[in-house]
Design a protein around this ligand. Structure first.
Ligand code: HEM
Length: 170
């Protein structure tokens, strides 16, 4: 188990299991695209204020697991309350910003989009659902989206290992 930092704001203690840097690989698909494999690095940090700062970077992987080129990246803030309610704000370079609402309990987070806003050039994306869970020390997640006229369904999922236990903000 990760140690809870002394200066951690009590509101976000329910999310403390996310702190650190995580790396691993996942798979993606959607009815409108070709299936793919990707590598990912995710970082959650805290600085004593009532939120975790979050970044995710991904890369297309070839059949040997080598990075081919960058794929999706996103950044934002994760907040919780002691009752387990969760609010997440995310920004994507593809012109999409989101507010997510949900719950956390015992190493698990489930969130759904409350608000999605898009720039004129953004692809048609209307809703998302994310499930994160700590399973045997690894962070697994599944992301479903409604986009390109398709109903909510799987887009990406991955399994990440903690690679860094340095959890203070830089
Ligand atoms: C691990 C994170 C993700 C990875 C690795 C990933 C990767 C990809 C790839 C490779 C494609 C197909 C080629 C392309 O258009 O670039 C794609 C399409 C797409 N992705 Fe993602 N994606 C991720 C997360 C997201 C998120 C968070 C959103 C929405 C906020 C999103 C929305 C879309 C949309 C709308 C398409 C277009 C489908 C189409 O053109 O038919 N993706 N994604």
């Amino acid at each position: 188990m990760i140690e809870i930092p002394d200066d951690m704001h009590p509101d976000v203690v329910p999310l403390a299991f996310l702190l650190g840097t995580w790396e691993g690989a996942g798979v993606g698909d959607y009815p409108t695209i070709e299936a793919f494999r990707y590598g990912q690095q995710v970082t959650f940090t805290q600085d004593g204020r009532p939120f975790l700062a979050y970044t995710s970077r991904t890369w297309l992987l070839d059949d040997d697991g080598n990075r081919v080129r960058p794929l999706a990246t996103e950044t934002g803030y994760w907040k919780s309350k002691l009752d387990g309610s969760v609010e997440v704000t995310l920004a994507h370079p593809t012109g999409i910003v989101e507010i997510w609402l949900g719950e956390t309990d015992n190493g698990r987070v489930e969130i759904r989009t409350d608000v999605v806003a898009r720039t004129v050039d953004a692809k048609e994306y209307t809703a998302g659902h994310r499930l994160y869970g700590l399973v045997k020390g690894e962070l697994m997640y599944a992301y479903d989206m409604a986009a390109m006229g398709q109903p909510l369904q799987a887009h990406v999922s991955a399994q990440l290992k903690r690679v860094d236990t340095e959890i203070a903000a830089e």
